[in-house]
Ligand binder design. Structure first.
Ligand code: NAD
Length: 280
C-alpha cells in the first residue's frame, strides 16, 4: 500500500507557481490578486480563510481579506461582490461557504464575475464543467484528479465510485472522472446496498462528512481510496475512511490530514493564477 502525500504534491505546485508569478510580475509589473470573503465567525471557516491568505502571501499574490459580521445583509454582500468584480487588482473572488441562512448562496455565487470565479461554482462555470469546457475546475475535485495523475494512477476504463453528491465535491469530481473516461457511480444517503457498489470501485472517493464511515468490508482489495472528509473526532482530525484498517487492503490511500486538503488550496492558487493570466 502506498500513501498519497498530498502535502508534498501541493508544496511542489505552490513552489512552481511562486516561480512563475515572479517571472510574470517582472514582465508585466502586475501581481495576481485573490479576494476572500468570509461572513460570520464560524471557526473552521476562519481557519480556511487564514490559510488561503497565508498561502497567497507565500506565493507572491496579493490577498484581499473581507471579514463581515454574521448579520451582514445580502445587499451589502452583493455590493461588495460588485466592487470586487470591478476591481482590476482582484483576479479571483472566493466567498467562503456556508453563508448565514438569511443570505442566498445561489444568489451570491451567480453575482461573481465568471472570469473571477476561481471556485468554479457560478452556474455558467458549472455548465462549462459538465460539457467539458471548464474555465476553472472546482478546487477539491481538481486536486483529486491531480493526485491520481501525480501517482500515475490510471483513470480511463476504471470503475470510480463516489460516496457523496454535493455540488462542491461529489458531483463535480464525477464529471472530471467521466471526462477522463472512468465509469462513474455516484452514491448518497438514499443509495441502497452501498457496500456492494463501493466494493465494485477501482477508485473509491469518500466525500460524506462522517468520521471513519468507510470500513474494509466496503472496499475491494487493491482499490485506490481517496478520502475527502474532514471531521473532528475526540479533538483529532479524521477522514471519512477508517484509515488504520482500510489502508491494509488499498493499493493507494490518502491520509487525513495531509491528503486532499492541501491540494484544495494549491488548486485555488492555480485557478487564481490562471484568472490573472487570462486578464493580461
Ligand atoms: P455535504 O454534507 O454537502 O454532502 C455529504 C454527502 O454525503 C451527501 O451527498 C449525502 O448524500 C452523502 N451521505 C451522507 N450520509 C451518507 C450515508 N450514510 N451513505 C451514503 N452517503 C451519505 O458534504 P461535502 O461538502 O461534499 O463534504 C464532505 C466532506 O468533505 C466533509 O467532511 C467536508 O468537511 C469535507 N470537505 C473537504 C474538503 C477538502 O479540501 N479536503 C473540501 C470540501 C469538503
Amino acid at each position: 500500500m502506498s500513501i498519497i502525500d498530498g502535502k508534498k504534491v501541493a508544496s511542489h505546485i505552490k513552489d512552481k507557481l511562486a516561480a512563475e508569478v515572479k517571472i510574470l510580475k517582472t514582465k508585466t509589473g502586475k501581481t495576481p490578486g485573490l479576494a476572500v470573503v468570509l461572513v460570520g465567525d464560524d471557526p473552521a471557516s476562519a481557519v480556511y480563510v487564514k490559510n488561503k491568505n497565508k498561502t497567497c502571501t507565500n506565493i507572491g499574490f496579493q490577498s484581499f481579506e473581507h471579514i463581515l459580521s454574521e448579520n451582514t445583509s445580502e445587499d451589502k454582500l452583493l455590493n461588495l461582490i460588485n466592487d470586487l468584480n470591478n476591481d482590476d487588482q482582484v483576479n479571483g473572488i472566493l466567498v467562503q461557504l456556508p453563508l448565514p441562512s438569511h443570505i442566498s448562496s445561489k444568489k451570491i455565487l451567480v453575482a461573481i464575475n465568471p472570469q473571477k470565479d476561481v471556485d468554479g461554482f457560478h452556474l455558467e462555470n458549472v455548465g462549462r464543467l459538465v460539457t467539458g469546457n471548464a474555465l476553472f475546475k472546482p478546487c477539491t475535485p481538481a486536486g483529486i484528479i491531480k493526485l491520481l495523475d501525480e501517482y500515475k494512477i490510471e483513470i480511463e476504463g476504471k470503475n470510480a465510485v463516489i460516496i457523496g453528491r454535493s455540488n462542491i465535491v461529489g458531483k463535480p469530481v464525477s464529471f472530471l472522472l467521466l471526462e477522463r473516461n472512468a465509469t462513474v457511480t455516484i452514491c448518497h444517503s438514499r443509495t441502497k446496498d452501498l457496500s456492494s457498489l463501493s466494493r465494485s470501485a477501482d477508485i473509491l472517493i469518500a466525500a460524506i462528512g462522517k468520521p471513519n464511515f468507510v470500513t474494509p468490508d466496503m472496499v475491494k482489495n487493491n482499490a485506490v481510496v481517496i478520502d475527502v472528509g474532514i471531521n473532528r473526532l475526540d479533538g483529532k482530525l479524521v477522514g471519512d475512511v477508517d484509515f488504520a484498517s482500510v489502508s491494509k487492503q488499498a493499493s493507494f490511500i490518502t491520509p487525513v490530514p495531509g491528503g486532499v486538503g492541501p491540494m484544495t488550496i494549491a488548486m485555488l492558487m492555480e485557478n487564481t493564477f490562471q484568472a490573472f493570466k487570462n486578464s493580461l
